[in-house]
Design a protein around this ligand. Structure first.
Ligand SMILES: [Fe+2]
Length: 190
C-alpha cells in the first residue's frame, strides 16, 4: 500500500512543476492509488508479504500534433506470480488522455510484439489511421494489462499544451526491485 509519505512526495513534485494546489492534488493521488491498489490486490488474489510501487509522473508542455506510437505494453518484470493478469494503471490529471484503439482484425494483424519505435511511428501510424478509439473521459482511470497478446494498443495523445500523466505499477518488492534494476533506477524504502 502506498504510504502517506509516498503520496505526499508525489503530490509535492507535481505541485512544484505545475500550478496545481497541493492539498486537492494529494487527495486525488490518494484516491487514485487506493483504488488501483485495491484492484491490483483483487486481480492478484493475495497480498504479498511486501508490496512495492512504481509510480511514474510525466509532465509535458508541447504544442502540435504527435504521430501516434501505437504499441502494446510488454513485460514489465519477470513475475513471481504469473497465474494472474498483470496491469498498469494510469490517469491523466491535466491535458488529453492516452489514445487507445478498439481491438479489431486490422489492429490485431498490424501490431506485432517485436516491432520497434520506428515501425510504430511509420507503418503502424499509416495503417491504423482513422481506426476507432476507446473513449477515455476526463479523470477516468485506465487499466492496461501488459505482456499479453491482447493488451490494449495505445499511444500518447496529440500534445496540445500542458499535460500531467500519472501511471502506477504494483508488485511484490522482489518484482519491483527487478523492474527498477532493468531501468537503472534506485529502489527507495519509505
Ligand atoms: Fe505504453
Amino acid at each position: 500500500m502506498p504510504s502517506a509519505a509516498h503520496i505526499h512526495s508525489a503530490a509535492l513534485f507535481i505541485a512544484q512543476n505545475t500550478d496545481a494546489q497541493l492539498y486537492p492534488l494529494e487527495r486525488t493521488l490518494r484516491e487514485f492509488l487506493n483504488l488501483t491498489f485495491a484492484d491490483w490486490i483483487i486481480a492478484r488474489g493475495e497480498t504479498p508479504a511486501k508490496s512495492a510501487v512504481w509510480l511514474s509522473i510525466r509532465t509535458t508542455h508541447t504544442q502540435g500534433t504527435t504521430v501516434p506510437r501505437w504499441h502494446r505494453d510488454g513485460r514489465m518484470f519477470p513475475s513471481d506470480h504469473d497465474r494472474h493478469i498483470h496491469s498498469k494503471y494510469s490517469v491523466t490529471l491535466l491535458g488529453s488522455p492516452t489514445r487507445i484503439l478498439v481491438e479489431n482484425e486490422l489492429v490485431t494483424a498490424v501490431v506485432q510484439p517485436k516491432d520497434n519505435f520506428e515501425v510504430m511511428r511509420g507503418k503502424y501510424a499509416i495503417r491504423l489511421e482513422g481506426q476507432p478509439m476507446v473513449g477515455v473521459g476526463k479523470g477516468e482511470i485506465v487499466r492496461f494489462t501488459w505482456g499479453r497478446r491482447d493488451s490494449p494498443v495505445h499511444s500518447e495523445p496529440d500534445m496540445d499544451g500542458d499535460r500531467v500523466f500519472v501511471s502506477v505499477l504494483f508488485g511484490s518488492e522482489a518484482e519491483v526491485r527487478i523492474m527498477i534494476r532493468w531501468r537503472d533506477e534506485v529502489f527507495v524504502e519509505m
